[in-house]
Design a protein. Sequence first.
Length: 378
Amino acid sequence: MSVSVKDRIALLLSIKEEGRKVDFDHIYEKVGRDIKFLEKREIDKKEIIDALDELKKEGIIRKVNDEYEPLPEIDKYVRENLLKFENLLNRSYILVWKAKHYYPVVSELILPYLQERPVSCVKVFSGKEDPITTIEPIFVRYSKYKPKPQFIIINDKGKLMQYVHDHCIDFIPYVHKLNSNEPDFFVLDLDAGKELLSLENGYNFLKYVAKELYEFLEEYEIKPMLKFSGSRGFQVWASFDNSKITTQDKFAKYREIAIKMQAIFEKKLRANLEFIKKEFKEIANLQQFTTSQVAHKEEREDKILIDWSSMKYQGDVRAPFSIHYKTGLSSVILNKDELQVFTIKDAEPFKIINDINNGKNYPKLEKSDPSKLIKLIS
């Protein structure tokens, strides 16, 4: 089934901020571009005029002087008529439309990971060669560039939505606060190599390792938090009480903890080899399950990288509940017990909206005393 010109106009106007008016030339240019790519034809202006008239009659938009303004009813129209045809629609518009509805609901959950720290925002626009299925991401690091660069700081819902309305859908904060030389996020990113993921139960083994790492940290009185990366991996987060760390360079100490801890954790996994043989079969034949070797990617295609590379000054990481700009999935926080049954469908933004509206609670990041963990690696 094809998507009509009217539908494409509705989607275009639905991503505009409330009260924003759009002129005819803009509508003609954007819709005409998409039609030309999909149907290999030039669109006639009369098609646009007729479609706009239909939308006006249905009470979905209104004309103000020579411009067009979306009405609240447009969101219902998009939700009921268009989302089932996502693969035929402009992907950047779909991502922005979802973000527009998603972030007001998750704002209280994401803001603690954005406040008082520099944030990079990823804006999405239509691909130049393929405006339907591809996007052009733009990473925006500063709110102003002159007279000198100023970092983006997002401290409240209003500022968050200001960036969403400017087509920003992905939020990537620093691991330290503004003007601080200490990290306050300890992040281990579990990234499985392609060869490992190609094995039977490879993805389930990644989940198993994530859960084991979570429990390993718990053994040393750390209060970890588990998060889906938004793509294919998982992350384990913690927040250390830095007053318990005597080393002046806290970033270096965080990296040391991660690298030495991985070696100890690997030995623990090897001690469970019989269980791994039973549950994951051929994976048990691997000589090494995890690595902390960030460089030489080709050497770790059959391993899970426990990546500590964000533990540096101006290191950054995708915020919990941020939408991954490539996949359109939420980097959602997970309860440990739901990890094994987790699928990417559980990270769909509208699934999360529904879960929150039904009263679901999510774990929060709590401060931990790292003393026992530091003693372990010493």
